[in-house]
Design a protein around this ligand. Structure first.
Ligand code: GTP
Ligand code: SPV
Ligand code: MN
Length: 580
């Protein structure tokens, strides 16, 4: 492995700090992956699953206090606090390094430090970016193999000596009291200590591809977003590409792999979590998926809800914090209607019904994207795919209709900025609390969100034909708490309406908040939803909206004069239309 001198110097620096006993440079080969797995089977980090029904699949149980992202321990360490903005935790670079330095000094003594060069994005793409991470976790390295392109290929994409994001990761003692996830955008640097889980530890994902990349994207004129990418194919074989932002554990993987019940309509998966989008020379918005695999939510993944995911995790998959059956197979709530007898829970204890979930609600699978039956043939196209529509979705029990369309780009950016959602198990803390989550980026935007809204607004006029922008909510409920919309495969009906809107053929009705499907415009052939319930799902209640927008105004207020005027104006205009 040969890297640049700047990279070598940085590795020397972190070696001096963490004092590992061994250093292993990773080349991303299959032999390396197999050796990592071997070692983890030997030391108990991994358990082998049933080789007949789940070949080359493994179970990892993380520390019980390390099962989700910890946002309260995540900081943007820009030089100026104002550049992190009011929605991010901020620490000065000096204070951050001194605090985390205490946990990192000598943290790799007696351990191996793996040096992992990784590429985010397709090979040969001008939009792909390089990272160089060190870690003392073999589980993290094996996960990076599945989630990114590891090895010399990464180094080959550096455009200069220092063209990489440096990431220092150490497990520390896994205590939340000694855990910090630090992003230094001006230094293209990440320090993460005290967690081995997901977005805290796989530094290519949220730390690099969203927090640091969003900072770079603003400077360089592109967008780094928490979005899935999919292609919708109609019965004539024409494919329309859409990207959709939804908060953590709120439906991206499921929508990206949706299986249609509508004859002739099908979806192609290009990504399930992150999209990097740029405006090409013709003014067309194009998206690449910077990742190589999926780190997906296990609970409720079943042959009924997501047959593609169920099929793709039957081999070569690492499961984290799922339950285990007596025959050595993974299990989670929702996989089958009845839990099998003799389950062992996610912590390795015998499980009995009524004891709480057997699998952790944020249990996950890690698997190569190429294993997905619906993976698009062009998912690694270096040019990316042309995006014709953007979707903002969130998890709301009430207020937000099933689907509606923005009037134009500016209004769509407003709708994205106005998003709120109910929290999920993907983050440590209370589940089901409504919080603001503009563009599903509240935990991931690496800079002041007022500037982020401005950046989105400024992107519109650069586009020859701006994508249509839609708002969705699969999670609206009736008075009895039942979902008004069946979701999952039926979401293809919503995608079909969007594609027809983009083509100018679908009918819609104007409301104060946007275009809602006209009666009969949604294809409900063979759908088991009464017209009354569908109307309820699509309803815009002016009173509820006025209340919600008053709260939104208070959220905007914290940005002060940095909030772009078009956002404030659109809020006032919407309130006026709602009779407020
Ligand atoms: P992250 O990987 O955390 O970013 O999550 P994600 O946005 O990819 O969410 P995912 O698709 O994994 O869905 C998370 C949970 O949302 C699943 O366990 C489902 O229970 C639920 N879900 C997804 N789609 C639907 C839907 O259409 N309707 C309903 N009711 N629930 C859904
Ligand atoms: C999310 O929380 O949005 C995830 C999982 O996709 S993690 O990798 O932990 O960020
Ligand atoms: Mn995510």
């Amino acid at each position: 492995m040969s890297v640049t001198s700047v990279a070598e110097r940085w590795v020397e620096e972190v070696t001096a700090l963490t004092q590992p006993s061994r250093i292993a440079w990773c080349d991303g080969s299959k032999a390396e992956y197999d050796a990592l797995i071997e070692g983890m089977l030997r030391d108990g980090t991994l358990l082998g699953l049933n080789p007949r029904t789940y070949p080359n699949c493994y179970l990892h149980r993380s520390h019980p206090s390390d099962v989700a992202r910890t946002e309260q321990l995540t900081f943007i360490c820009s030089r100026e606090q104002a550049d992190a903005g009011p929605t991010n935790n901020w620490m000065s670079p000096a204070e951050a390094k001194s605090k985390a330095g205490v946990f990192l000094r000598g943290s790799m003594r007696g351990r191996t430090m793996y040096v992992v060069p990784y590429l985010m994005g397709p090979v040969g793409s001008a939009l792909s970016r390089v990272g160089l991470m060190v870690t003392d976790s073999a589980y993290v390295v094996a996960s990076m193999h599945l989630m990114t392109r590891v090895g010399q290929v990464a180094v080959q994409h550096m455009r200069s000596d220092d063209d990489f994001v440096a990431g220092l990761h150490s497990l520390g003692d896994l205590s939340p009291d000694r855990r910090l996830i630090l992003q230094f955008p001006e230094e293209k640097l990440i320090w993460s200590v005290g967690s081995g889980y997901g977005g805290n530890a796989l530094l290519g994902k949220k730390c690099h591809a969203l927090r640091i990349a969003s900072w770079q994207a603003r400077q360089e004129g592109w967008l780094a977003e928490h979005m899935l990418i999919l292609g919708v194919e109609d019965p004539e074989g024409r494919v329309t590409y859409l990207a959709a932002a939804m908060p953590s554990a709120s439906g991206k993987t499921n929508l990206a792999m949706v299986v249609s019940h509508l004859p002739g309509w099908r979806a192609w998966t290009l990504g399930d979590d992150i999209a990097w989008m740029h405006v090409d020379a013709r003014g067309q918005l194009r998206a690449i998926n910077p990742e190589r695999g999926f780190f997906g939510v296990a609970p409720n993944t079943s042959p009924k809800t997501n047959p593609n995911a169920t099929a793709m995790v039957r081999s070569n998959t690492i499961f984290t914090n799922v339950a285990l059956t007596p025959s050595g197979e993974p299990w989670w709530e929702g996989l089958t209607t009845e839990p099998p007898a003799g389950l062992v829970d996610w912590q390795g204890n015998p499980w009995r019904p009524g004891e709480g979930p057997a699998a952790h609600p944020n249990s996950r699978f890690t698997v190569l994207a190429q294993q997905c039956p619906s993976i698009a043939p062009n998912w690694e196209d270096p040019q990316g795919v042309p995006i014709s529509g953007l979707i903002f979705g969130s998890r709301r029990t009430n207020v937000i209709p099933l689907v509606f369309e923005a009037f134009d780009w500016k209004h769509g950016v407003f709708l994205g900025s106005a998003m709120s959602t109910e929290t999920t198990a993907a983050i440590t803390g209370k589940v089901g609390v409504v919080r603001r989550d503009p563009m599903a980026m509240i935990p991931f935007c690496g800079y002041n969100m007022a500037d982020y809204f401005a950046h989105w607004l400024a992107t519109g006029p650069r586009l020859g034909k701006p994508p249509r922008i839609f708002r969705v909510n699969w999670f609206r409920r009736d008075a009895d708490g039942r979902f008004l919309w069946p979701g999952y495969g039926e979401n293809m009906r919503i995608l079909k309406w969007m594609v027809e809107r983009i083509r100018g053929t679908a009918r819609a009705e104007e409301t104060p908040i946007g275009w809602v499907p006209a009666p009969g415009a949604l294809d409900t052939t063979g759908l088991d939803v009464t017209p009354t319930r569908l109307r309820e799902a699509l309803r815009c209640d002016a009173g509820e909206w006025r209340e919600a927008l008053a709260e939104l105004g208070r959220f905007y207020a914290q940005f002060g004069s940095r909030l772009p005027a078009p956002i404030a104006d659109t809020l006032a205009w919407t309130l006026h239309r709602l009779g407020g």
